[in-house]
Each structure stands twice: as structure tokens, then as C-alpha cells.
Design a protein around this ligand. Structure first.
Ligand SMILES: Cc1cc2nc3c(=O)[nH]c(=O)nc-3n(C[C@H](O)[C@H](O)[C@H](O)COP(=O)(O)O)c2cc1C
Length: 360
């Protein structure tokens, strides 16, 4: 047995291997509804042998969408179309995870292939963009309004309601998105959080909202199922959030019952300086795993079976999440199994295509 294809128990859930599909926005919804695109896109990863298939960032409020076309979970009406996706994913032996998200000051922007700038309300955008402080992400982004204390309570409530709906929709893993410069990360980082109340200034104050949201979601998510938190382990910018603070936060998240830290980075500051190379974020997962004694997921330029195997075998992370490589090859896990000499989780319908190739 390889490390990559060994199962992982998280509370009463068992992942069939260590391979997950990282959340990836599809910008293909209207009014937040999942469509056939989501069924086919996410379903392919489940038939392709991944253990854990995450939905894209799924907005807990309409104004928390990155773009007008984001997936959403702010309304009970969103549940049935998502249920169709999770039923299919589970029927393939995979676990369906949802990333619960609020875009904060990076909301109301165009989808990437339309050029990332702010979308005007006259063009389907919205003016009610919020953040810890009234500081835009960049010149082309909306000017946010600083959340007041009622607004903060509404954000916490929205994550809780989103989690409850996610459960009703059949998801078994909830991931709270506190990375990539979106609302919760904006509270963590001193570069975007200039508040002088109990939500700004010290580490404890900047971490307060993330901990409150996670605690509240943990409170409604069943004890038998895990909750993940995605963080940006560093802002890659002077004066920003850093790895030491990430370790400290992970320790506190563990204490309130968070099961897994999904270790990404960046996205907060337009002037970030990232040095990218294969597996470049794995050291964050490794550091947090060992210093906070918590299960971690590594992500970022993991593309190769041997590379993924080494990450898990060398105890650098417990789970590998792949994004772009899964788009290139949704059956990546089946190919990785073959490369590592393991009998991968092929769907019975695909038995005759099993590697190594035989004569038909
Ligand atoms: C098309 C696309 C959409 C993405 N959307 C999200 C998202 O919704 N939430 C998130 O946390 N990260 C998102 N990401 C980042 C990925 O989850 C992942 O962290 C990043 O692409 C690095 O992994 P990779 O090198 O395997 O692609 C997205 C990436 C891509 C390529």
C-alpha cells in the first residue's frame, strides 16, 4: 500500500485515499444555482478516483459572491440542485465537500475571462461590498464599506445558515474559506484590517471573526463529520499575515474542533511577491501540521503521482489537493494509482479501460 492510496479517517468519515479536488470557481451559475455543468464537472472527479471533491467557493450571501455568476447557498431553493451533485459524487465512493465563502472586498467583480474588474450595479453587480475597513483591493476593485457590529453578526449567521443548507444538500465536509484575500482573510491580515475595535489590531482581535465563524459552523455541523478551514499561510507581502500567525491560528482552530487546515497562500495584497515552484506551498502544510499538531492539506502545483506520494509518505501533509491538473485530467487519481502500482478505484463501468491496456 502506498501512502497516497491509504485511507484517512476524519471523525466518522473515511476518505478512500489522500487525493482531493481543490475548490475551483466555475462562474457558471445564475442567482447562485448549480447547473448541469456542476454535475458533470464535479461528477467527473468522483468517477476519476479522487477521495474528496470540493465545490467551488459557494457564497453564503448574494453580496458575498466574487462575481454575479458564482455558486451560492444563501437560499433553501439552492439545495435541490446541489443535492443532485452530492448524490452522484457519493454514489461513486467519493466524499462531497463544500467551500463556504464570502468574497468581502473582492466581491462584485467580473469573471476572469471578462477581465476581473468591478462590475457596476447596472451590469449585474452590487454596491453593497463589505470588508473590515473601507480600503479597496486595488484601483479596479469596488470601494468596500467597513462592516459594523450588526453586519458582523449577519456574516456569522450567514455562514451558519449556509452550513445547515450544505448539510441538507448532502455535503459531508464543510470548508470555511479564510484564504485568498476574501472576507475572513481580510480580517486576519493587518494589510486589510485597520479596525480599532475588538476585531482589529492585535492577533487575537484580527483572528476573532474567523474563530467566531468556525466555532458557530462547528456548532451546527454534525460531530461525526469534519470541518476544514482554508487559510493563506502568508500574504507574501511585508507587514502582512505570516506563517507564525498561521500556526497560532491553527492551534486555536484545533481547540474549537476544526479538523483540517487547508494550506494555501496569497491573494490579499495586489503587491504580493510569490515565488512559485512545484509544491511551493507544501512547506506551509508541513509546518502547520507539526507545530499545531493538526491534519493538513497541501495544495499548489502538485501535478505528479510520485510527488504527491512523497508529500504524504514523508508526513509533510495528510491530504493533497489538486486544482488545475484535475482540469487537465479529471481521472488523475486513476492514473496515479497505476503509476504507483495500486489497484485504483475504477468505476465498474470503466473496468475494460483499466491500465495497463489490454486487447479489447
Ligand atoms: C479555475 C480555478 C478556480 C479556482 N477557484 C477557487 C475557489 O473557488 N476557492 C479556492 O479556495 N481556490 C480556488 N482556486 C485555487 C485552487 O483551489 C488552488 O488552490 C490553486 O489553483 C493551486 O493549485 P493548483 O496548482 O493545483 O492549480 C481556483 C483555481 C483555479 C485554477
Amino acid at each position: 500500500m502506498t501512502a497516497l492510496f491509504s485511507p484517512l479517517a476524519l471523525r466518522s468519515l473515511t476518505l478512500r485515499n489522500r487525493i482531493g479536488v481543490s475548490p475551483m470557481c466555475q462562474y457558471s451559475s445564475q442567482e447562485g444555482f448549480a447547473t448541469d455543468w456542476h454535475l458533470v464537472h464535479l461528477g467527473a472527479f468522483a468517477t476519476g478516483g479522487a477521495a474528496l471533491v470540493f465545490s467551488e467557493a459557494t457564497a453564503v450571501t448574494p453580496e458575498g459572491r466574487i462575481s454575479p455568476q458564482d455558486l451560492g447557498i444563501w437560499n433553501d431553493a439552492h439545495i435541490p440542485a446541489l443535492r443532485r451533485v452530492t448524490d452522484f459524487v457519493r454514489a461513486q465512493g467519493a466524499v462531497a465537500g463544500i467551500q463556504l465563502a464570502h468574497a468581502g472586498r473582492k466581491a462584485s467583480t467580473r469573471r476572469p475571462w471578462e477581465g476581473r474588474n468591478a462590475v457596476a450595479p447596472s451590469d449585474g453587480g452590487w454596491s453593497d461590498v463589505m470588508a473590515p475597513s473601507a480600503v479597496p483591493y486595488s484601483m479596479n476593485y469596488p470601494l468596500p464599506r467597513a462592516l459594523d457590529s450588526e453586519g458582523i453578526v449577519r456574516v456569522i449567521d450567514a455562514f451558519v445558515s449556509g452550513a445547515q443548507r450544505a448539510l441538507a444538500a448532502g455535503f459531508q465536509v464543510a470548508e470555511i474559506h479564510a484564504a485568498h484575500g476574501y472576507l475572513l482573510h481580510e480580517f486576519l491580515s493587518p494589510l486589510s484590517n485597520h479596525r480599532t475595535d475588538e476585531y482589529g489590531g492585535s492577533f487575537a482581535n484580527r483572528a476573532r471573526l474567523v474563530l467566531q465563524v468556525c466555532n458557530a459552523v462547528r456548532g451546527v455541523w454534525p460531530d461525526s463529520l469534519p470541518v476544514f478551514v482554508r487559510i493563506s499561510a502568508t500574504d507574501w507581502a511585508d507587514g502582512g499575515w505570516d506563517v507564525n500567525e498561521s500556526v497560532q491560528l491553527a492551534q486555536q482552530l484545533k481547540a474549537i474542533g476544526i479538523d483540517v487546515i487547508d494550506c494555501s497562500s496569497g491573494g490579499l495584497a495586489a503587491h504580493q511577491h510569490i515565488v512559485v515552484s512545484p509544491g511551493y506551498q507544501v512547506p506551509f502544510a508541513q509546518r502547520i501540521k507539526h507545530d499545531a499538531d493538526i491534519v493538513t492539506a497541501a495544495v499548489g502545483l502538485i501535478t505528479d503521482a510520485q510527488q504527491a506520494e512523497q508529500i504524504v509518505a514523508q508526513n509533510k501533509a495528510d491530504i493533497v489537493l489538486l486544482a488545475r491538473e484535475m482540469l487537465r485530467n479529471p481521472h488523475w487519481a486513476l492514473h496515479a494509482a497505476h503509476e504507483l502500482g495500486v489497484d485504483g478505484p475504477w468505476p465498474v463501468q470503466y473496468e475494460r479501460a483499466k491500465l495497463p491496456r489490454e486487447n479489447a
